[in-house]
Design a protein around this ligand. Sequence first.
Ligand code: PEP
Ligand code: MG
Length: 592
Amino acid sequence: MTFSIHGLAVARGIAIGRAVLVASSRVDVAHYFIEPSQVDAEIGRVRAGRNAVVDEIHRLQQSIATMGPKEAPHELAALLDVHLMLLQDEELISGVKRWVTDRLYNAEWALTTQLEVIARQFDEMEDEYLRERKADLEQVVERILRHMKGVASPVAPPPSHRRPSSPRQQDLLLDDDSLDVPLVLVAHDLSPADMMQFKQSVFAGFVTDVGGKTSHTAIVARSMDIPAVVGARGASQLVRQDDWLIVDGDAGVMIVDPSPIILAEYGFKQRQGELERTRLARLRHTPAVTLDGQKVELLANIELPEDAPAAVNAGAVGVGLFRSEFLFMGRQGNLPGEEEQYQAYRRAVEGMQGLPVTIRTIDVGADKPLGGNERDSAHLNPALGLRAIRWSLADPGMFLNQLRAILRAAAHGQVNMLIPMLAHASEIRHTVALVDFARAELDNKGIAYGPIKLGAMIEVPAAALMLKTFLKYFDFLSIGTNDLIQYTLAIDRADESVAHLYDPLHPAVLRLVAETIAECNAKGKGVSVCGEMAGDIALTRLLLGLGLRSFSMHPAQILAVKQEVLRADTQRLAPWAQNILQAEDPGQALGA
Ligand code: PEP
Ligand code: MG
């Protein structure tokens, strides 16, 4: 039966494929395709893992047989029996075999996929006792996975394991079991670190139950240029493993089990999107200049040094925001030291082939936890807590490592250093002093470094209201509209339940943005926008009209924004933008 689930549109385009349900706690298992010749070896790994757990339980049973009821209560023996029964259930291994043989999933992926299939059956059981056995099943699968970790896969994941994302629609309709069918990942939640491991993945689309439009999970999905919908509440419960899905990343809708007519309609839309991309690709080498001759700088936002080639290919004239925190995430506390960071920044600088690179110092906290999968729940209000520069200043040793690494990378090309989330003059002075100290340390050790421009992000209303102080200390400013909106409107950017109130066109937000641009222009200081507003073509003309000439966005958005720039006349846009700024409802005035 066809039905649809509405969420938030976060990454453009249409994906059509089969659902792969992944439990949030297991997104870290590897997902890649194997060669047909490797099928037996992969199934063998799961069997070996399962047998090892069976042996473990047998040993446990023997040892508790010698204990009294106090040390080994009857419930424990019963639980072990249940675990054995679940392990020996044919459905587990036969399902794994099917996923490996028919779909060429690697062993861990096949096992967790089959876990989801059986778990769903447990969920649907009427008997409460049986329903609760799902937790036992999850435990035994967890143990199998742990054993499999000790046995390395003979099959290394290929460098790029993504399947074709847009086979012809007719092929999909005719050949339901084709191995080339794209896959859509459906999960309750994905952390930014999880998303990073899907950067080179097999998935053609993403859907999550939770998340806001500018949550970092959504931002990474957008940077991957893969259709995605977040905040699609209930999706991971309502979709079944292997269901056919359409992800409409423009409208923020997921359609489950579409009829042939709907499939054909979306297949058409998908091809239209591809044609549009091909057309836009012709603008790659066209300079971004408005009709009235204003030069506009279109820069790229990147997460890793390896993203640099995509930025150059998209025609970016530099990196306006390198979110360095992604180098630090998912490393279980083993943070990169100065040398590792230096090498990474240097790779990014060299990857940009002489174009400038703006490296933002680490911005962790809130929805970007360093280690685990979940949001920082240790603090009452992590978005207002020890995040970004506050975190750096609280650990000067770590911060100095990063400052030295960035200064050293500046010896290899044009580097700007950008500081996130400053709000206090004392923080500014402290930061500037630490940058000077890092230089002095390098001087003392005789280590080479290069000149940098120092910039600050305007992300907190307080910062936008004290521009004079910022402009005294910094060479340039970059407006982080994602956080500026969050903090001006008191809306958690990662919370889909208040997403309807997250409004880039709120008059208060626009005023802070407009005044920051105007003040920098008046003082001859560089200013750019590097939040998601910069890549939204519905806002390009407004930002140009407000005087913005530097935009930083995901590489995939650059050409569409360039097209808007080429069609714009800033002389006409300037008075129009001032009118929008004065409107009670700028969104309505803009027709957005
Ligand atoms: C922003 O807040 O607009 C920004 C660019 O930083 P981030 O999205 O990484 O918080
Ligand atoms: Mg920010």
